[in-house]
Design a protein around this ligand. Sequence first.
Ligand SMILES: Nc1ncnc2c1ncn2[C@@H]1O[C@H](COP(=O)(O)OP(=O)(O)OP(=O)(O)O)[C@@H](O)[C@H]1O
Ligand SMILES: [Mg+2]
Length: 250
Amino acid sequence: MSSQSISTDNSAPNSDSAGAPDLGKNAGDAVLSGHKIAKRVTGPEGTLTILHELDIEIHAGEAVAIVGASGSGISTLLGILAGLDTPSEGQVNLLNQPISTLDEDARARLRAGRVGFVFQSFQLLPGLTALENVMLPLELVGEADAANRARAMLEQVGLEHRAGHQPLQLSGGEQQRVALARAFVSQPALLFADEPTGNLDSATGDKVIELMFSLRKKQGSAVVLVTHDNTLAERCDRILRMGNGRLEAV
Ligand SMILES: Nc1ncnc2c1ncn2[C@@H]1O[C@H](COP(=O)(O)OP(=O)(O)OP(=O)(O)O)[C@@H](O)[C@H]1O
Ligand SMILES: [Mg+2]
């Protein structure tokens, strides 16, 4: 078999409006799919194949963990699925749009307000307060009530009393809670997370996991995360393991 197909049955795709993708929140709809994704890079030793023609499909509201050894390519795959990186071959459909064929601006417009990100290194903007960081995704889509909505979201992650702090004035766990608030404030159809607990001690990491899963339940967001943390992976509906550039169901 030249490629692995990891998917669940999707008998009712919802794709009748090509120009205006829907929110992708109806159970059963694929919010994300990748077909024959390959990634090759040129390193000091010549061409390196990181991903070998793999297939993946994520449905609305589903939580999927992608696990694998360090260096196996899980972050590379997540970046490609999110449209932050381009595959050498293959196609990615995000919210019914073929992101691999869109330019950077069009990809950003597609993600705005519908896709959230949480990274290991938090990646908050250092010059902005917690509140301003959470307001950003709303401002990107021209939301007039951004400040109030961001404040309400900070309350949900228990940080209303830190709204005026800049990232360096927050603990690691607090920064990740701000990052969660920023990721969920626009009620995204899909959340991507790369090692969201990787820089946290285990007790703080557990709290961040609890918070992430309670927010996703409330909002119905699908989650695709890569992690080395088994506790986190086991909270997901499905686990896919990366090995030799291919995925298999666990
Ligand atoms: N631009 C690049 N040029 C050369 N090699 C690369 C490039 N990007 C990634 N790699 C290599 O590809 C492999 C996969 O990288 P990736 O960042 O996806 O790892 P990972 O599976 O997320 O690992 P970790 O769990 O340690 O973060 C690594 O061995 C890395 O060194
Ligand atoms: Mg990684």
